[in-house]
Design a protein around this ligand. Structure first.
Ligand code: PGA
Length: 231
């Protein structure tokens, strides 16, 4: 059995009121209930799933509180992190601050590269800051040749043309790219780009793909619940 990562990237969406409604709806659905697939020792089991929610910074505290209070089977991740440690960097949120709320952090999403001029050098610095604070970086790459900092254990392959377009990569090509990445780096590889409840299983069934990074379809609680089930 391989561990599957199912990551929700909310991007710049949801007020705290909307975040609370979403997590209540998804938790009522109860993804911790054993969803039956596969079998081991006569007992029916499914692959372990690590479900990671990456909301805006402003929703992290509330979501952490709800997860702890209700004992929900979710982890939290941030969508970015400062390349600097604490200090005179107005507007930045550093890795030690995030560690109070999250276990994971997305680094190098293509939207960060495009709209916020993040370079491979900045991404490397962010990975180092995250690791220093004990956060697990999930580094986004656009193809098999995007540089991956050595310290990284989880990579998300997200081809540019597939993000938010409704035109995902083919599962076969995503699997080929995931294999190519794994030949160079000992990492888990997720696929991201127009993942839906309808197509998620086609990706997670591929040998080299360890999970999915979901943008648009993660915003709707019922859709994300279905993605958890089908992954
Ligand atoms: P999408 O976004 O699922 O809306 O295509 C994925 C992402 O940008 O991480």
């Amino acid at each position: 059995m391989k561990k599957k990562f199912i990551v929700a990237n909310w991007k710049s969406n949801k007020t705290s009121v909307q975040a609370k409604e979403w997590i209540e709806e998804v938790s009522n659905f109860n993804p911790s209930a054993p969803i039956k697939s596969g079998s081991a020792g006569g007992q029916i089991l499914n692959d372990p799933k690590e479900i990671i929610i990456c909301p805006s910074f402003t929703d992290l505290s509330l979501l952490k509180q709800i997860i702890v209070d209700k004992g929900l089977p979710f982890k939290l991740g941030a969508q970015s992190v400062s390349q600097f440690s604490s200090g005179a960097y107005t507007g930045e949120i550093n890795a030690a601050q995030l560690k109070e709320f999250c276990q994971y952090v997305l680094i190098g999403h293509s939207e960060r590269r495009t709209h916020f001029a993040e370079t491979d050098d900045i991404i490397q610095k962010k990975v180092i800051r995250a690791k220093e604070a004990g956060l697990k970086p999930i580094v986004c790459v656009q193809n098999a040749t995007t540089p991956i900092p050595r310290e990284v254990l989880i990579v998300a392959y997200e081809p540019l043309g597939a993000i938010g377009t409704g035109q995902p990569d083919t599962p076969e090509n995503a699997d080929t790219i995931a294999k190519a990445i794994k030949e160079k780096f000992a990492v888990a590889v997720l696929y991201g780009g127009s993942v839906t409840k309808e197509n998620v299983a086609q990706f997670t069934q591929k040998v080299a793909i360890d999970g999915v990074l979901v943008g648009g379809a993660s915003l709707v609680a019922s859709d994300f619940s279905a993605i958890i089930t089908h992954a």
